[in-house]
Design a protein around this ligand. Structure first.
Ligand SMILES: [Fe+2]
Length: 353
């Protein structure tokens, strides 16, 4: 297998993606280089099997909790139905870590994929969790030509930080809050997404207000970088909101540089593997009505290559308080139930003569 640089990403070539020989090496390359392209076509099954050979599935803990019956009741029905529908185009064997990214809808006009429409601002997946999934593999299946994804690995930026910024980044803890996202920020992040997908964004990104993760992150092989919280950012622990916003803006100005960004122009039959700990991605091109673009998104950890780097290995931090995963599920459930009851009663109230 050979590797060549594509700006701030790499391409792996001169190997056969359908043979297992170089697959562990490919997985390690993601941890070391963060964004890896392979310009070879693969089947849905092969896409799944490759990620499966690297480690555990990378499903959001809360979405997984619904599937496992840890989060149950009427108040979870809407989220449960939406997640079931967005897996519909995928073979049941692969649904634990795969979804379609597509505009396609069912006969009732409900989405059959995730991130169905519009553009998507800079983000990483599950940014509020320190033990977030490590890899997302995005394979272009059909009608991808003319669309782009941009990638920003922060490894080099982190290396270039001056002493003062480096020690700040090493120490700061980001408090993430869904309820603090302003409309402006949300519009940029995912504002064009249809409503039923917002719940998925929320439960993936920040299922409980106050979830706190270190600003410094590292890949499964230990490459340090910035675990940028993106639009879910509320403030830094122990710092005022104003001061926090000023500092996060400053960090973003150091990251948002052409030399750290790679823009990919998709063609069908390619696959991109990207780290989620210190790497952001965005979709600058829009997906609109009638668009046939279809991608397979497959996610996971690299814990078979790097033992100990699996899901739920790190404790949950809520504004400085360490809680267990069970306590997290309990709190998320309480909030959801209260919201559900509020909307239920307000619907009943509004129907009253
Ligand atoms: Fe994404």
């Amino acid at each position: 297998m050979k590797v060549q640089q594509l700006q701030n990403a790499v391409e792996a070539f001169d190997f056969d993606i359908n043979s297992d020989e170089h697959i562990p090496e490919l997985g390690r390359l993601i941890a070391d280089k963060q964004v890896v392209f392979v310009k070879q076509k693969l089947t849905e099954e092969r896409h799944y099997d490759i990620l499966d050979s690297w480690g555990s599935p990378g499903m959001s803990p809360v979405i997984a909790g619904i599937g496992l019956g840890k989060l149950k009741g009427l108040h979870w029905n809407a989220v449960r139905n939406t997640t079931a529908r967005i897996g519909k185009l995928i073979d049941p064997r692969h649904r634990s870590r795969m979804q379609s990214v597509t505009f396609q809808k069912d006969h009732k006009g409900r989405a059959l994929g995730i991130f169905t429409n519009g553009k998507l601002g800079w983000h990483s997946d599950q940014p509020s969790f320190e033990s977030a999934q490590r890899v997302v593999g995005l394979a272009s299946v059909e009608a991808s030509e003319g669309s782009q994804t941009t990638f920003l690995s922060t490894a080099e930026c982190y290396d270039n930080l001056n002493c003062e910024d480096r020690s700040q980044v090493d120490e700061l803890m980001c408090v993430n809050r869904w309820d603090m996202i302003s409309k402006n920020v949300f519009d940029h992040f995912a504002g064009e997404l249809i409503e039923e997908q917002h719940a998925i964004m929320r439960y993936n990104g920040c299922p409980l207000d106050g979830l706190t993760a270190p600003l410094k992150g590292q890949t499964a092989s230990g490459v340090p970088g910035i675990h940028f919280p993106g639009s879910l950012f509320g403030y830094f622990l122990g710092m005022s909101v104003d001061e926090s916003k000023k500092y996060i803006k400053h960090i973003w100005s150091l990251m948002d540089k052409p030399e750290y960004i790679y823009t990919h122009n998709w063609k069908d039959g390619e696959v991109c593997y990207m780290d989620q700990a210190i790497t952001l991605h965005a979709r600058p091109t829009s997906v609109d009505e009638g668009d046939m673009r279809r991608m397979w998104r497959c996610s996971g950890y690299l814990d078979k290559l790097y033992p100990g780097q699996g899901p739920m290995t790190m404790k949950i931090n809520v504004e400085g308080e360490e809680i267990t995963w069970d306590e997290l599920f309990k709190r998320v459930d309480e909030v959801r139930k209260a919201e559900y009851n509020r909307t239920k009663w307000s619907k009943i109230f509004h129907k009253m003569p």
